[in-house]
Design a protein around this ligand. Structure first.
Ligand code: F3S
Length: 415
């Protein structure tokens, strides 16, 4: 690889042992993937920010790096953690889990990371712009920033994202390069999409077919909002490993189908009709009519607009099932200031922050819910939860999920 003088000094250890270690990791990665040089990154988003995911070995490694590293070179935020740091005992997180998570969070903070612990940092001010090079982890966020914002990141794992945060660079390969950002599948959407879960169903169906390809969607309305695109991103990255997609007429690299394909011929062209939507919904519903003991919304973490909608649906009502609305601390804070959090909690639901049902230390919180069945509007969560928690799962619209929490049963099962 071609290194600049400064990068060579980093590699030689002139900038300290942590920087040297980080640069060694990146040179190795660059050589594996055929990168010719390094590119400066504007920011990093750290995937191994939950102690459940990181484990004790990574905790020790990150603490050691922190002892020898002054500050991250790139602006860095932390992905979802293992516990709700606000009110751990209310949801059922143990003191031990909180302590371990605190150690990990502190080690990252010592190097300058912002401990926002969310998978939707783009809702709270970490908003990359088109063409910026990044080192982000968390599959749903990667697909979102690459596709919806037009920024450029590979799917970084924990060590690679940490190395990039320390050096402020990434090897130039993959989605950083123009040639890898062209579409290679075409998906013609031929049915109506309205609730966020419709976008999850679309993403789930397509992700299974294109795997790590770059799908280009036609037929998605231009007024599709960020919550819907967030759900599409998360689902594509769960059933498949999509890191980049284009929506013709909507996302920044797809003013036309031709521009999005960049001269590529489609490997396959798919039609997505009501029939394919129904097929995805059937696959995401894994239950046999059990009562609902838990409703979980906010995977990826809820925006303020989603919280307002949930509050409107819950106003002056009481839930029968446990109901978690997953979000970030800043969004919860705004929801409190604007009174929506109080409406949600008065109904018996909880705003849970910093963590989630997949990456959290959830064994005890899940046990407390009774575990008869879960309902969610997230295709990503419906994809992972049955395997992870062995819990029957209903998948449906936001309104169906709220009604399931109110009645304790999932009704109007169109899926
Ligand atoms: Fe976010 Fe956890 Fe879902 S990290 S995307 S809420 S699995």
């Amino acid at each position: 690889m071609r290194l600049t003088e400064e990068e060579q000094l980093m590699l030689n250890g002139e900038r300290g042992p942590s920087v040297q270690k980080a640069m060694e990791i990146q040179v190795q990665l660059g050589e594996i993937y055929g990168a010719e040089c390094m590119i400066p990154v504007k920011s990093a988003h750290m995937p191994g920010a939950s102690i459940v995911v990181a484990g004790d070995g990574a905790l020790k490694f990150i603490e050691e790096m922190g002892n020898h590293c002054e500050k991250f070179a790139a602006f860095t935020t932390l992905n979802t953690g293992a516990v709700d740091m606000d009110r751990p005992e209310e949801v059922g997180f143990s003191e031990e889990a909180v302590k371990k998570q605190q150690r990990l969070t502190c080690a990252y903070e010592k190097m300058g990371a912002i401990a926002c612990h969310t998978c939707t940092p783009y809702f709270i001010g970490h908003v990359p712009k088109k063409g910026e090079h990044l080192a982000w982890g968390e599959s749903s966020a990667i697909a979102f920033v690459n596709s919806v914002l037009g920024a450029r990141t590979n799917r970084e794992g924990g060590p690679a994202a940490l190395a990039a945060a320390i050096t402020g660079r990434v090897p130039a390969y993959g989605y950083h390069l123009d040639e890898n950002r062209k579409g290679n599948f075409i998906i013609n959407v031929r049915c109506e999409l309205s609730d966020v879960s419709d976008f999850g169903s679309l993403g789930y169906w397509v992700g299974k077919r294109v795997e790590s390809g770059v799908p280009v969607f036609t037929g998605i309305p231009a007024d599709t909002d960020l919550d819907q695109l967030k759900m599409l991103s998360a689902a594509l990255a769960s059933s498949g490993s999509v890191a980049l997609f284009h929506v013709v007429g909507l996302t920044p690299e797809a003013p036309t189908l031709e521009a999005a394909m960049g001269g590529n011929k489609a490997v396959e062209v798919y039609e997505f009709t009501k029939k394919e939507m129904d097929e995805a919904n059937r696959q995401l519903n894994k239950h046999s009519g059990q009562p609902v003991s838990l409703v979980a919304l906010g995977c990826p973490h809820s925006s303020l607009r989603e919280i307002i909608r949930i509050a409107e649906l819950l106003k002056d009502k009481k839930v029968k099932a446990h109901f978690w609305v997953l979000t970030s601390q800043p969004i919860k804070h705004l929801a409190e200031r604007s009174g929506y959090a109080q409406i949600i909690e008065a109904a018996g639901a909880k705003l849970v922050v910093d963590t989630c049902t997949v990456l959290g230390e959830m064994a005890e919180p899940m046990r407390r819910t009774g575990m008869t069945a879960m309902a969610t509007n997230s295709a990503k969560l419906a994809h992972y939860a049955p395997g992870q928690w062995n819990i029957p799962t209903y998948y449906g619209t936001t309104e169906q999920c709220v009604n399931a929490a109110l009645k304790g049963v999932f009704e109007n099962d169109q899926h």
